[in-house]
Design a binder for this molecule. Sequence first.
Ligand code: 5GP
Ligand code: ZN
Length: 119
Amino acid sequence: MNAPAPDENCLFCKIVAGEIPARIVHASDHSVAFRDVNPQAPTHVLVVPKDHYANAGEVAQHAPTMAADLITTARDVAAQEGLDNGYRLVFNTGEDAGQTVFHVHLHLLGGRSLEWPPG
Ligand code: 5GP
Ligand code: ZN
């Protein structure tokens, strides 16, 4: 399958294109990592593929190498942020999980003790 075209109504496609500013902490040929505008932990970074996929299942099905790239990028950003004591990776999928932006993004959370189970 060819890479999907950018979605002109998608917030994260606009961040990837540089049309909306973001505090970028890492970028590669395939992905961009930037700080969440409403952080839920001392480190809260979103890792997104440059290509538009709606959710984690879609990117894993159509671009499995990209799905793995999101996770290794999150690992590298966690190391860069000094999260040696641990961190959490989250893909919210669908409304019941609280997904609000339908361009897949991996939440990287760390820098404090995180409770389980989530709300
Ligand atoms: P979701 O709820 O879809 O899993 O996560 C979307 C995330 O995007 C939220 O944590 C929200 O704070 C973040 N967000 C929404 N709009 C913006 C924005 O314009 N810039 C940045 N950096 N983050 C955003
Ligand atoms: Zn998008």
